[in-house]
Design a protein around this ligand. Structure first.
Ligand code: LLP
Length: 424
């Protein structure tokens, strides 16, 4: 296999004459010497460019879905670039607020928001609460009765549209835990109730059909299904959710954020949807902005079968291969453009066989112990879905740009782990 495709790397990635990878003008091997591995390296300019592309594509408003990757610096960056932020738990809300994002730039999501979460969101004055179900309508009514303000709401609708993606990532099919079904009349009843209620201020409709969706036709299909409902429901806003897919490996291509926005606007226009159109992308903002750097610790040939390369992270910093069978590329930071001729399986250091990073990887045949191995397109749903499995310490995050690196999340320490352990 040839060298890794350049467009899978962050925008500012460069390869020096010696073959060494730099991102944001920072040499990756030097970043590793300073911060250790595993290490998430985000290209800040790449992040800002994608945010701006989203803001330009959705002039009526666009929220960054923080579940894809969240820390204070990311929240601040998305806000600075003009995005609202989608937060789906009290925890995401707390991080965004602490980063200085004004509450009226936050869209509050969740399919099972507690009364405490709703109360906190209303107290600070979030821009929208996206209501998922009737029990949440009850909770909002109850809160209002005890003196809470009426929040601005969107009603989350399930349009029962099959998006082309992994079944775990489909959220808009009929058999789903998310939203009010459109077909059975539940969505219409919810809108009626919200419009009549003094406990909430109805603004419109939300639909999110799934994640890692490549086909803009899937979004068009959802709009077709939703158009009559949007009209009947008196919506002044329709949020099309997030879900735009990205390329992870060599043979994949994906529409750009602008392509997606353009096709949404075009379809909405053709269908006569006249209200404001908003969106909330996560993955497409952050995925290819980052790479993960690991250190190779073990190279184990099993004769006649395969060679395992074990790195110092694994399913605790990237559970996506285990959860969804997702593919990734891998290459060596010291030989970025090298041909990759040696088939290996890249695994982590966790105590189970499923702890795979790249099941069928090709790497340069001079791969050696202590080499720094890089996996690109790890900016979305890696750090955010990371865990402490085996009491692993969650990795740090650096933002790089213009030759400077800043640590935005430090590496976890054993003290961090022990601090919550209060039972002895
Ligand atoms: N809005 C809502 C209501 C969502 O549920 C999601 C993602 C988004 C926006 C952002 O979607 P995006 O643009 O990032 O596709 N852990 C999975 C992805 C789960 C997506 C959950 N919801 C993965 O690693 O592929």
């Amino acid at each position: 296999m040839t060298a890794v495709r350049r467009d899978l790397l962050p925008d500012s990635a460069e390869v020096g004459s010696s073959g060494r990878l730099s991102i944001g003008g920072c040499d990756v091997l030097e970043l590793v010497s300073e911060h250790g591995t595993p290490l998430f390296i985000y290209d800040e300019t790449h992040l800002r460019t994608r945010c701006r592309e989203a803001v330009a594509g959705f002039p009526d408003g666009v929220a960054y879905a923080t579940k894809a990757f969240l820390c204070g610096a990311m929240a601040r960056l998305a806000y600075e670039e003009g995005m609202d932020l989608d937060v789906a738990t009290g925890g995401e809300l707390a991080v965004a607020l602490r980063a200085g994002v004004p509450a009226d730039r936050l869209v509050f999501h969740g399919n099972n928001k507690s009364s405490a979460e709703l109360a906190a969101a209303i107290d600070v004055g979030v821009k929208r609460v996206v209501v998922d179900n009737s029990d949440e309508l009850d909770r909002l009514e109850n809160l209002h009765r005890t003196g809470y303000q009426a929040p601005s709401v969107l009603i989350r609708v399930n349009p029962a549209v099959e998006a082309h993606t992994h079944e775990y990532l489909q959220t808009g099919i009929a058999d789903s835990k998310f939203g009010f079904p459109l077909d059975g009349g539940e969505a219409a009843a919810a809108v009626m109730r919200a419009r009549a209620s003094s406990a909430m201020d109805y603004h419109g409709v939300h639909a999110h059909i799934g994640s890692q969706v490549y086909a803009t036709s899937s979004f068009r299909k959802a709009l077709e299904v939703l158009a009559p409902f949007v009209e009947e429901s008196g919506a002044t806003e329709l949020s099309v959710g997030g879900g735009l897919g990205v390329a992870y490996v060599g043979d994949e291509t994906a529409p750009t954020i602008s392509d997606w926005a353009h096709s949404v606007a075009e379809a909405a226009g053709a269908l006569g949807i006249a209200c404001r159109i908003t969106a909330e992308p996560g993955r497409s903002i952050v995925a290819s902005a980052a790479v993960t750097a690991y250190t190779v610790g073990v190279i184990k040939p099993i004769s006649g079968i395969r060679t395992y390369v074990a790195v110092d992270g694994g399913m605790s910093d990237n559970p996506r291969p285990v959860l969804y069978g997702s593919g990734y590329e891998a290459f060596l930071a010291r030989r970025t453009d090298a041909d990759r001729t040696m088939p290996v399986r890249i695994v982590g250091k966790h105590c189970e066989s499923g702890d795979v990073i790249v099941a069928e990887a090709m790497v340069p045949d001079d791969i050696a112990i202590d080499d720094v191995l890089v996996t690109p397109v790890t900016g979305a749903y890696g750090h955010s879905m990371g865990s402490n499995y085996n009491m692993a310490l969650r990795p740090p995050v650096v933002f790089v740009s213009n030759g400077a690196a800043r640590l935005v999340v430090r590496r976890e320490t054993h003290e961090d782990l022990l601090r919550r352990d209060v039972g002895i």
